[in-house]
Write a protein that binds this ligand. Structure first.
Ligand SMILES: [Zn+2]
Length: 441
């Protein structure tokens, strides 16, 4: 390794190779909001598929929903967001810059203009508010959801009565959420528009602690299965004073980013707070009936919550590597094959071998596998291009291929090449699919 990964290097790679673009950058960009480019889109859908599959393959009842992004004011009042979802804000009276009060030292000068003239700290609400239709009545006020979880809680009874599930069971969801962060930071780490993958696990109070431990272990092992370096990952329990008002236990799966250990996934025991709040505010019965004890009760909830974008960023940090090769610097993304946006590249050694090589490529493309065909530039340059986007395999069609029915396969990480039969290419590619990865358990 010639140097360590930095945020700047990742941002630059993401832009250069089409993983991530700043939203509307031709107009100067929108702060804290990003678009996924072609490779980012492929990789994010792998991340989602792997997460969904990690839940589906368990010996547990888990169903999935896809909730709306907008929710009525009454819902956010019940969830507690309307009242308490804000951050402390200060403004510099001299240059009007705004900061999160816990991000700056108010005893010192403004980092933008150097004057020390702060306003009082006030609460800044983090939800995006909007109005439905042309009505200006209070009942038409809606908010973009600041977390996906509430879509699950308000649908609990709908799922319960339609899906033939029994306690314990889970409702999981992947979807966008919005927070009007005062200071979005570190690229995809803290954004204003982001995507969550959340599981709400409903169980009895008596079994909640046991399930909390189960999910903490289970979710940590997920990251191992998709190639996250175990020395950069840990499980940390929250201290009492860190806990949210509704939670009696929370553990974070943390990753060691260049800017420190930060939360990747939160596992929280939320008690029966959410369902009780919604039952009280909606005046609907959200309790379930226990056939054995003949009593109604409100289920308790364990929540496992991770951001698609944050996991995406983590996987890039985890994979990024620069190394000296033959007097040059090789940038390589050592992504787990299941995560890699492009599974294999098909490269004719020279232009006149393009046609038979492209026929092999087309066979895999037809199966819906994400593969590339690249004919332009020296073979060395084409390998480097694939290294930089994390393609696990390059298959090169050369002058021996037609006669012997073989190609060379080049392995991304070792750069080793070996000659293999054309009809064995499929065995290399199948295990790269997120839908076909071997079960980690
Ligand atoms: Zn200032």
């Amino acid at each position: 390794m010639v140097s360590t990964v930095t945020l700047d290097k990742l941002v630059s790679l993401c832009k250069r190779r089409g993983f991530i673009f700043q939203t509307a950058d031709i107009y100067g960009g929108l702060n804290g909001v990003y678009d996924a480019g072609p490779l980012g889109t492929l990789m994010k859908s792998n991340v989602r598929a792997l997460w969904q599959q990690s839940l589906q393959r368990l010996d547990k009842d888990i169903v999935f929903i896809d909730g709306a992004l907008l929710g009525p004011e009454t819902m956010w009042k019940a969830s507690g967001h309307l009242e308490s979802f804000h951050d402390p804000l200060v403004e510099c009276k001299s240059c009007n810059s705004r900061f999160r009060a816990d991000d700056v030292d108010l005893a010192r000068a403004c980092p933008r203009c150097g004057k020390t003239d702060w306003t009082d700290v006030r609460e800044f609400h983090l939800m995006f508010k909007t109005q439905l239709g042309a009505s200006v009545e209070q009942s038409s006020v809606a908010y973009l959801r600041p977390e996906t979880a509430q879509s699950v809680f308000v649908n609990f009874k709908n799922v319960w009565t339609t899906s033939r599930v029994k306690i314990p069971f889970g409702i999981a969801q992947i979807g966008k959420a919005f927070r009007n962060e005062i200071t979005p930071k570190q690229f995809l780490f803290r954004m204003r528009e982001f995507e969550q993958m959340e599981l709400e696990w409903f169980c009895t109070e008596a079994t909640a602690r046991e399930f909390f431990d189960f999910w903490a272990t289970e979710r940590t092992s997920f990251y191992k299965s998709i190639g996250v370096n175990q020395t950069h990952i840990r499980l940390r329990s929250h201290e009492k004073e860190e806990l949210s008002h509704y939670s009696t236990a929370t553990s974070d799966v943390e990753y060691e980013f260049p800017f420190g250990w930060k939360e990747l996934e939160g596992i929280a025991y939320r008690g029966c707070y959410d369902l009780s709040q919604h039952a009280q505010h909606s005046k609907k019965d959200l309790a379930v009936f226990d056939e054995e004890t003949k009593e109604s009760y409100t289920p308790h909830v364990i929540e496992c919550s991770v951001g698609v974008d944050r996991l995406f960023l983590t996987l890039l940090f985890n994979a990024y590597c620069e190394e000296a090769v033959e007097g040059e610097v090789r940038t390589v993304l050592r992504l787990h094959p299941s995560v890699a946006p492009i599974k294999a590249a098909f490269l004719p050694l020279v232009n006149k071998l393009a046609e038979p090589c492209e026929r092999i490529y087309a066979e895999f493309k037809k199966c819906g596998i994400s593969v590339q065909f690249d004919v332009s530039g020296s073979i060395g340059k084409r390998y480097r291009r694939q290294d930089e986007i994390g393609t696990p395999y390059c298959f090169t069609y050369d002058f021996e291929s037609a006669e012997t029915g073989t190609v060379t396969v080049r392995h991304r990480d070792s750069m080793k090449q070996e000659r293999i039969a054309i009809n064995s290419i499929a065995s290399y590619i199948t295990h790269t699919s997120p839908f076909l990865t071997p079960c980690p358990h």
